[in-house]
Design a protein around this ligand. Structure first.
Ligand SMILES: C[S@@+](CC[C@H](N)C(=O)[O-])C[C@H]1O[C@@H](n2cnc3c(N)ncnc32)[C@H](O)[C@@H]1O
Length: 256
């Protein structure tokens, strides 16, 4: 076992122990109904809100390499938490374009769905699109303070999951997914749903993270699995990069 794998195994055991401890001794009754994977994901985002707020207030000089904002960059029209979230969003939108390696006009005119969209309106990175998102935690993201219903322009959140997307066949001109398809419960079903609701000739573009399976990322994906499930849609890998500091992980980019 390499040193990196050993360090990851130790970190992951510590994280699992911490998660169990919290679940038993510091339960959050509001979210007790969530399965472990979803609760862990939600805890991650609760932590992110705290970090965004400290970054916004200048208590954390950098957040994911971005310096804390100067006063003229800060959103100030809302309460502290929302101001912090809304100030952070434009930085994440830039990262979204980088992750998908396209410009803001790439999907112009499209009705577009983000699968595993998370709590931020990252489709706003694209010009002239009608935005839809599906994520199995949208209700909980609202509950912890993300302003999902007041993003402008609005994101239409479909209530469901990647495995069961509540919409007709051939609904979307384009579908994207960033760092999410390895998080789903059933990769094969999610792939079938995506292909079902994408219009014939529609654009599909996904950034897919390769790694060992973890609690929130149960799918250890590889080229064969992606090609097997999405090959019919003509999906091809167009980029693969090492994850900085994690030589056993890869970020891959797929498109049709
Ligand atoms: C790492 S986050 C990425 C969020 C967003 N794409 C981004 O880049 O910020 C992964 C997201 O996938 C969502 N997710 C996990 N399993 C899912 C499923 N079965 N159906 C829909 N969304 C799911 C999680 O709730 C989480 O919001």
């Amino acid at each position: 076992m390499s040193l990196i794998s050993l360090r990851r195994a130790v970190n992951s055991s510590l994280e699992a122990a911490r998660f169990r401890f919290d679940r038993w001794f510091r339960p959050d009754p509001q979210f007790a109904y969530l399965p472990d994977k979803q609760l862990a994901e939600l805890r991650f985002w609760q932590g992110e809100i705290k970090k965004m707020t400290r970054w916004y207030e200048g208590e954390m000089p950098e957040y994911y390499g971005i310096s804390s904002p100067t006063d003229d960059m800060k959103e100030t029209a809302f309460d502290l938490r929302q101001n912090a979230i809304r100030t952070w969003i434009p930085f994440m939108m830039k990262r979204y374009l980088n992750s998908l390696q396209v410009g803001p006009d790439y999907f112009s005119g499209c009705r577009i769905l983000d699968v595993g969209c998370g709590p931020l309106p990252l489709l706003h990175a694209f010009e002239d699109v009608e935005c839809f998102g599906v994520d199995q935690l949208t209700k909980e993201y609202r509950a912890i303070g993300f302003p999902l219903d007041s993003y402008d322009p609005p994101v239409n959140y479909l209530v469901g999951s990647a495995e069961k997307i509540p919409t007709d066949d051939d609904t979307f001109d384009a579908i994207v997914s960033v760092n999410a398809i390895d998080h789903v419960d059933d990769f094969g079903e999610a792939a079938m749903e995506i292909l079902r609701i994408l219009k014939p000739g529609g654009k599909l573009r996904m950034q897919i993270h390769y790694h060992h399976a973890t609690r929130c990322e149960p799918w250890q994906l590889d080229d064969q699995m992606i090609a097997h499930h999405f090959g019919g849609a003509g999906l091809k890998k167009i980029d693969e990069q090492e994850v900085p500091g994690r030589s056993d992980e890869r970020l891959t980019l797929w498109t049709n």
